[in-house]
Design a protein around this ligand. Structure first.
Ligand code: SF4
Ligand code: ZN
Length: 504
């Protein structure tokens, strides 16, 4: 079906679906066609003038092949989930350069896909995107499903939001979308203060967005709503005075009404009749029975202004974990350092990514962390991984969405001639890499932080007097003061310090 016909058909559907709100719910709805028309017009005019120039937007308008266009939108929408636009741009450009079509992505290995994604987080997104591309190529003759319903039903990792975004932007289907930005805008515009995660609010927001979406330009409309939330109706400091839809925003009206009321009071000019006129609009069911209003336990706070909406979703506390990890180094045949990295299991957290050999520490067993790690290392290096030779580097915290993970970092250098490597062919999923290869491998941001921490530690420059001070401390002697020291100014790297001291 052509884009135009599809849009017309959907226009009819939307018109039939337009809610006629009950009296109680009308406060949280758009009540007439004129209001909806004006809202669309203002928003789109602003968007056409002010939208950011983003690579996926260019492709969505310039690409004439519908499947390539949908693929380009799909990649951007998956990357943008949980990740900021500024971070995504480079990843997106590199990805589209490497795999400009579904067919190209379908041919890639999962290893390559993870490498391209490394650093973006939520790695299962990349895996599912590639599985989806393979499915479209193998089972749908390379043609993307054309509607939101089919996209969601047929493609792995495509939820209601992504399906709506791809269908509206790439195929012109008049279907709304609800993401974090849209939630914020609509909750403020229609004064919805109940928990956004509740089904009552979620249903309401989807209903509103389907009603509001412009059937003639659904893709632009949806992007405009998201853009408004990203750059004007921001979470902490919304720019209401610059907002193209402030006239239709109940949260803004309330702030303005309160401001006007207090100004009038201050001037002492108001008659009680005038103050009544300034009363803010209220939901007719705001006695506590409305499941969309701010809950009575958290009423409107004038200090917060429009940011009373949306209500903050109650976040589950992330669990705390500790992992011992070892930067295991040996000299390669060229004399340069090489590091051991190991592949994680194919499912679960950071599935299939590479990391320094690591072991999750059982709660309460932190004291045995070094021994536990040394035992773990023996899989690859035999008895060379003795506890005594491992050096503690430090700790680094990395926060995943649901875990506060502390990596306890150790370092172990093995000599070139130590031949106790496990060369068993059975033992796959590990390799030795140079620093550059490490950076280009599918490693997580957490592991890059571990390498950075190790490098800072190993490059710490110490002077001979500090070496002496350290020795004094180790032997329980009072270190000599700086003035008493005749140490040379020559500086040694920590590497050479350890080389010298390993003989002692
Ligand atoms: S007027 Fe303010 S609160 Fe309302 S939509 Fe615009 S920026 Fe958001
Ligand atoms: Zn209400």
């Amino acid at each position: 079906m052509s884009k135009l016909r599809l849009a017309k058909c959907n226009k009819m559907k939307i018109q039939q679906n337009t809610e006629v709100p009950s009296q109680e719910a009308s406060f949280h709805a758009f009540v007439n066609a004129t209001e909806i028309k004006n809202f669309r017009q203002r928003l789109l005019t602003w968007y056409n003038k002010c939208k950011r120039d983003l690579p996926w937007r260019k492709l969505a308008t310039s690409e004439v092949d519908a499947d390539r266009r949908a693929y380009a939108v799909w990649v951007s929408e998956i990357m943008l989930q949980q990740t900021q636009v500024a971070t995504v741009i480079d990843y997106y450009n590199r990805w589209m350069q490497k795999w400009p079509t579904l067919q190209d992505l379908a041919k890639a290995s999962l290893e390559e896909v993870n490498e391209q994604w490394a650093g973006l987080g939520y790695y299962s997104r990349a895996k599912r995107l590639q599985e989806g591309a393979r499915k479209v190529v193998a089972q749908m003759a390379g043609h993307m499903p054309r509607t939101a319903e089919e996209l969601q039903r047929l493609l792995p990792g495509v939820g209601k939001y992504t399906a709506g975004a791809v269908a509206s932007i790439a195929f012109g289907q008049a279907t709304g979308v609800v993401d974090g930005n849209v939630i914020r805008v609509l909750c403020r515009v229609r004064a919805i203060g109940a928990d956004p995660a509740s089904s009552a609010v979620a249903d309401k927001l989807w209903g509103l967005t389907h009603t509001l979406v412009d059937p003639a330009q659904p893709g632009d409309f949806n992007q405009a709503m998201m853009e408004l939330g990203a750059v004007v109706c921001t979470s902490k400091a919304p720019l209401c005075l610059e907002c193209p839809v402030k006239e239709y925003c109940r949260a803004h009206h309330r702030v303005e009404s309160e401001r006007a009321a207090s100004a009038t009071k201050l001037l002492g000019r108001a008659s009680s009749k005038q103050l009544q006129v300034l009363d803010v609009e209220e939901c007719s069911a705001s006695t506590g029975s409305c499941n969309l209003c701010l809950p009575p336990s958290e009423p409107w706070d004038p200090e917060l202004g429009v940011t009373n909406f949306p209500r903050k979703a109650i976040k589950k506390q992330p669990r705390t974990e500790r992992t011992a990890t070892c930067v295991l180094e040996r000299r390669g045949s060229d004399g340069k350092p090489a590091y051991l990295i190991v592949q994680r299991p194919a499912t679960g957290l950071l599935a299939g990514l590479w990391e320094f050999p690591s072991i999750l520490l059982e709660p309460g067993k932190e004291k045995q962390q070094k021994a536990a790690l040394a035992g773990h290392l023996q899989t690859w290096v035999g008895s060379n991984a003795t506890v005594g030779r491992m050096q503690h580097v430090g700790e680094v915290l990395h926060i995943f969405s649901h875990i506060r993970q502390t990596y306890v970092i150790y370092f172990l250098r093995l000599d070139k001639d130590e031949g106790n490597w496990n060369t068993s062919k059975e033992l796959s999923g590990y390799r030795w890499v140079t620093k550059t290869e490490f950076q280009n491998s599918a490693v997580s941001t957490a592991m890059k932080k571990v390498l950075n921490t190790y490098e800072k530690w190993s490059h710490t420059v110490i002077t001979p007097k500090n070496v002496k001070r350290k020795r004094d401390l180790v032997h329980g002697r009072q270190p000599v003061s700086e003035d008493e020291s005749n140490s040379s100014k020559k500086q040694l790297s920590l590497d050479s310090f350890f080389a010298t001291n390993s003989k002692n």
